[in-house]
Design a protein. Sequence first.
Length: 271
Amino acid sequence: MMVPERKIMNFKEKYGPWAIVAGGSEGMGGEFSSYVASQGLNVVVIARNGAKVDAKVAALKSDFGVEAIGLPLDLGDLDAPARILEATKDLEVGMLIYNAGLAGLSPVQNLDLDYELYRLNVNVRSPLALTLHLCKAMVERKKGGIILLSSSGGVVGTPYIQTYSATKAYLFTFAEALWAELSDYGIDVLSVLPGNTIGQNYSDVPPGTPGFQTGRDVVEVAFDAFGKHPTVLSGETTIATVGKYFDRALREEGVLMMKQIFVDMMKQYGM
Ligand SMILES: NC(=O)c1ccc[n+]([C@@H]2O[C@H](COP(=O)([O-])OP(=O)(O)OC[C@H]3O[C@@H](n4cnc5c(N)ncnc54)[C@H](OP(=O)(O)O)[C@@H]3O)[C@@H](O)[C@H]2O)c1
């Protein structure tokens, strides 16, 4: 029997030479930047605070001997995706990690529409724009990777973080669909759903606090699942609480069933 030849690529071949880490200067995002640099990828670090971006770029270069570029900008600005794509147009970007996310706790009747639209830009519009653009070249190259940071707060509609919760549900649903679609082109897609993590939102929590994981923990969980599953929950507390409402195996079965239905539909329409 002829076994189809499949090239085994290492991390750098498959996801390099450049990664964009949107929200990659500190906390969980900083850990994602360090992890991909430790695997030999050059990194474009994006965040608002220019001094922290510069510090991260310098650390990546000296710690891992890779190239790194900083792009200080606000991912909630409408022109952010275009600015990122212009600044990286000459780079071969094989990996997108979209980490930035705007959380918030408030009764729904107190929300301000303009602020919620800004939240949509940070949490949905920018990751959507970057993914749609960058996946085109990945499809042509037949390799690449996309990681979108969702949240355990997106598993069910969560009161008092309702708009955040809905944006995070968008991200993991989008990732599930892309996982099934883009696997045909050798591209890995994952959405990570962490629970409480020491990071920008919980910066004063000491490591080892019960119920809190570190950014490094999340990165390890993410790369363990990457290339195998479309989603992964991270954090013991998360798994013990909302975990029971997130049956990954059942969801994957459903995603693949829907893929077949829509593949057949596209054939019917000659697409
Ligand atoms: N921490 C948690 O408990 C937790 C739980 C569930 C899900 N999550 C998700 O995990 C991701 C990381 O959250 P985190 O709180 O742990 O943060 P973090 O990774 O510790 O830090 C956030 C990073 O994103 C950058 N950033 C934030 N807003 C940005 C913006 N508008 N434009 C550009 N860069 C921006 C920050 O730098 P600047 O401030 O300099 O911009 C920083 O580099 C988010 O998507 C969040 O929703 C976190």
